[in-house]
Design a protein around this ligand. Structure first.
Ligand code: PNS
Length: 207
């Protein structure tokens, strides 16, 4: 019985698992074939999640989600997509620096970059979950579409949605950039070093 699993060991990043039930029966097969009752158990063995995004730049909303994710998973990798369709304001290395600075005190959080398909990157990292934030209903349609497409590509990979603190439900990197370009204040919306970098980037002649 799957509910009676007493040892559940991931055998490979490719969705194969081996475990022994409390009754002593052995299972060696596909993770996708298992019922959902086993999956929380799998997540508990050593959970690794990927939090992907453009992070152009990181906001306090992202940071809030990273903190929540770091409490939920043993390891959290914040992964910056390098081949963005739109032209980013910050280079990849600037975004990596800002993220590393922001997550500095969190021992189980690391920062990385990826290109190509997210599910392939997740598989290389042996991740069990993708972490994404949902701020409002408006996010839901896009996030659902992405999560279901990722599930189609990699059925064993779960997408986990978390809500940021209410204070950040209206916050986005796009709006932060717009405010800065029009001379407004983004105090409290992004980490302080990010605010400085934003001003220097948008108004280089003033520094
Ligand atoms: O911060 P964003 O722009 O909302 O992040 C979007 C991101 C990076 C998560 C998404 O565009 C992505 O995963 N891109 C990688 C390419 C990929 O796997 N595309 C198929 C997604 S269904």
């Amino acid at each position: 019985m799957l509910l009676g699993i007493n040892r559940c060991k991931l055998a490979s990043p490719k969705a194969t698992i081996r475990f022994t039930t409390v009754e002593g029966q052995r299972y060696n097969g596909s993770r996708a074939d298992l019922t959902f009752s086993c999956r929380p158990k799998l997540l508990m063995s050593h959970s690794l999640a990927i939090y992907p995004g453009s992070f152009d730049p990181i906001t306090n909303g992202h940071l809030d989600l990273i903190k929540r994710g770091s409490l939920l998973f043993d390891t959290l990798i914040v992964a910056i997509l390098t081949n963005l369709e739109k032209e980013p304001l910050f280079t990849v290395s600037e975004r990596v620096d800002m993220l590393r600075e922001a997550v500095g005190g969190m021992p189980n959080v690391s920062v990385d970059t990826f290109s190509g398909l997210l599910v392939e990157y997740a598989e290389r990292k042996k991740a069990q979950a993708i972490l994404r934030g949902i701020r409002a209903f408006s996010d839901y349609e896009y996030e659902l579409q992405m999560a279901l497409m990722n599930r189609k590509l990699a059925p064993e990979l779960e997408t986990v949605f978390l809500m940021p603190a209410e204070t950040y439900t209206y916050l986005s990197s796009r709006l932060v950039k717009e405010i800065i370009r029009h001379g407004g204040s983004v105090e409290g919306l992004v980490p302080e070093p990010v605010e400085d970098r934003l001003r220097k980037k948008v108004f280089p002649h003033q520094f």
